[in-house]
Design a protein around this ligand. Structure first.
Ligand SMILES: Cc1ncc(C[n+]2csc(CCOP(=O)(O)OP(=O)(O)O)c2C)c(N)n1
Length: 377
């Protein structure tokens, strides 16, 4: 049998690509509390992160960023899941999770410091419980699982206190599920009942490798193979993603253990600004997915119910324009850091070896500032 002959797993959906609301016995109740205001909030989030994406891509083309990894097409997967998190939950992103960063309250320009090459990270992970981006594919699934085991041992799971019980989420791609680290994370998460959500955004491509070069079974089956409850959700349906993530987080926080989520979505843009997807995929495929655009889907749904007033759309556009101006102005004003900042954050506290190296480096650098050159380098 070929993979396409195999029975396909259920795809949880609450909004069809045409924007129609459909019911699901297990997941509709999870989002019953969301009123039109809440749905408009999700719409606004998605429009803002898409504008950020457009601005960042343009800034890279203008030479202001060395590289950028667009999230275009994955707004619902990221906003829907990010808005399900509690403040005390902790996130381990890969490098494309700008939409999740937005939901955690980061100033998105911080994300661009690494892409401009002026910072190893860009933000303090402790402020928003949002870890630094990880470029080593899959490695952070182990960090997240280990962190979750720590959370469990600290007694922050299953207490029944909604402000205390904590879940951990790792975001990664379809390609990452082929990495040893991700499979090891599933083993550790399963046998330790770790409070971790392993959130896979299956955007169909790992750079130029399609998912059928990664797996003979739907990715959701990979989680099940390790004995981890696993759900496949329409990743372009913000409502369904929200419902599925709420359930997974609740399971983790209450002591029910890990969940593997496969958010079935599509990377509508390039892998990064260094990539040219026309070399490996067809425009027909891109067209097919454009018809499933996550933002259009929610807009159509809200409009069909008369819940998208013109004044709201205007305010979202105004906010998006303001975000665009902020992103451009902030990036233009970013300057390289002092060279000795490379010694910062090597350890969490002062370290004598690092202090000695910093002193040596500072002295070495000052040798170029001698009187004969007047301090010029
Ligand atoms: C361990 C490791 N191997 C290879 C790479 C090179 N690499 C960068 S991105 C990428 C594809 C990742 O695809 P996927 O996990 O599907 O995530 P996506 O970029 O689609 O979000 C690869 C192979 C890397 N960064 N780390």
């Amino acid at each position: 049998m070929t993979p396409t002959d195999l029975p396909q797993p259920e795809l949880v959906q609450l909004l069809t690509p045409a924007g129609e609301r459909v019911e699901h016995p297990a997941y509709s109740p999870r989002v019953a509390h969301l009123d039109a205001d809440a749905l408009r909030g999700l719409y606004r989030d998605m429009v803002l992160v898409r504008r950020f994406d457009t601005e960042a891509t343009a800034l890279q083309r203008q030479g202001e960023l060395g590289l950028y990894a667009p999230l275009l097409g994955q707004e619902a997967a990221q906003v829907g899941s990010g808005r399900a998190l509690a403040p005390q939950d902790y996130v381990f992103p890969s490098y494309r999770e700008h939409g999740v960063a937005h939901t955690r309250g980061l100033d998105l320009t911080d994300v661009l410091k690494q892409f401009r090459g002026i910072d190893h990270g860009g933000w303090d992970p402790r402020v928003h419980n949002f870890h630094l981006y990880t470029l080593v594919i899959g490695s952070h699934t182990l960090h997240a699982t280990g962190y979750a085991m720590g959370v469990q041992r600290d007694g922050l799971v299953g207490t029944g206190d909604p402000a205390r019980d904590t879940a951990v989420v790792a975001y990664f791609g379809d390609g990452a599920t082929s990495q040893g680290d991700t499979n090891e994370a599933l083993v550790f998460a399963a046998v330790n009942n770790a409070p971790v959500v392993l959130f896979c955004q299956n955007n169909q491509w790992a750079i130029s490798e399609p998912t059928d070069r990664q797996t003979r079974v739907p990715l959701v089956e990979r989680g099940r193979g390790f004995g981890v409850p696993s759900v496949r959700v329409d990743g372009n349906d913000v409502l369904a993603v929200h419902a599925v993530t709420l359930e997974a987080l609740e399971r983790a926080r209450s002591g029910g253990g890990p969940t593997f989520v496969e958010a079935y979505t599509y990377r509508m843009g390039a892998h990064t600004t260094s990539d040219d997807p026309t070399r490996y995929r067809s425009s027909a495929e891109e067209e097919e997915w454009r018809a499933k655009d996550p933002i259009d889907r929610l807009r159509t749904h809200l409009a069909s119910r008369g819940e998208l007033p013109e004044a709201f759309l205007e305010s979202v556009n105004a906010d998006a324009d303001a975000l665009g101006r902020h992103v451009r102005a902030t990036v233009h004003a970013m300057r390289p850091p002092a060279k000795d900042t490379m010694f910062d954050h090597v350890y969490g506290s002062r370290n004598t070896v690092v202090d000695t190296e910093r002193a040596w480096f500072t002295e070495y650098e000052s040798a170029f500032d001698d009187a004969t050159t007047g301090g010029a380098r």
